[in-house]
Design a protein. Structure first.
Length: 258
């Protein structure tokens, strides 16, 4: 029996909800300092994917299928096939279990995975979070002006390569940058990815350190009060004052705070 448009819409919504749930876990998984002083990236294990799926009403079969869907769509890289294989072994190959709620011991499912990769990431000064519509007018010239002043910048056009996982690269940018320069505009607040980046930066600030350097572009405080109230009371740079003034304010923060 062919699937109806309504059923297809429901599936697409659940796929998106699952991706969002995984993103939140990916971005909020803490980094660890290994015994040799090398930073280990926050690494999700299969249990995290099962719990992300359960949070949006998915059983293990759908989690397994949705992981492969997002691999095929390019949001997850090929390494996630190992996660799917571990989920299959621990959940789907045991039909006597209630796979909608069964949860094996973490030690059991973790053993099915290779050890988390150790990386020594580049340390960027800032990560520029922006909507595509603001790239040419603000984000690109801002990146160039910061770089001309000796600032290292994580920027999607400069760092993303063909075949890279968007999820993985954005997570690296957030994890490896001292600050997130957030270009707040009407376009930004209407976009899914920039909103997710902002949520991750806000999570960083719960650790007691400033992470967000807001820039207002074509908006005012009243707009933020209605659309992003958490940021409405923050001191912000304004593109109306010119990008040179914006760069000066960013450089001042970088000089004053280690």
């Amino acid at each position: 029996m062919p699937i109806s448009d309504r059923e297809l819409e429901h599936i697409r919504r659940k796929q998106k909800e699952f991706l969002d749930a995984v993103l939140v876990r990916q971005w909020t998984t803490p980094r660890r300092l290994g015994p040799d002083g090398v930073i280990e990236a926050g690494q999700l294990i299969p249990d995290d994917f099962i719990e992300a799926g359960q949070s949006v009403g998915l059983n293990a079969i759908l989690v397994y299928e949705f992981i492969y869907y997002w691999i095929n769509m390019g949001e997850f890289d090929q390494s996630y096939e190992e996660v799917a294989a571990a989920i299959r072994r621990e959940y789907l190959d045991h039909p006597e279990q209630d796979i909608a709620s069964a949860k094996p011991a973490k030690s059991s499912i973790t053993k099915a995975m290779p050890p988390p990769p150790r990386i020594t990431p580049p340390q960027f000064d800032v990560f520029i979070s922006h909507a595509w519509e603001d790239k040419g007018e603000v984000a690109l010239p801002l990146r160039d002006m910061l770089a001309d002043n000796g600032t290292s910048v994580w920027f999607d056009q400069a760092v993303l390569r063909l075949g890279d996982s968007l999820l993985k690269k954005i997570n690296e940018g957030l994890a490896c940058s001292r600050y997130g320069v957030v270009i707040l505009s009407k376009s930004f607040l209407a976009k899914h990815w920039p909103q997710q980046e902002l949520a991750a930066l806000l999570a960083r600030e719960t650790e007691g350190r400033k992470a967000i350097l807001p820039i207002w572009h074509g908006i005012d405080r009243s707009f933020l009060v209605n659309n992003a109230p958490l940021l409405a009371d923050r001191l912000a740079a304004r593109t109306d004052d010119g990008l040179e003034a914006v760069v000066d304010q960013i450089l001042q923060v970088l000089r004053e705070e280690p």
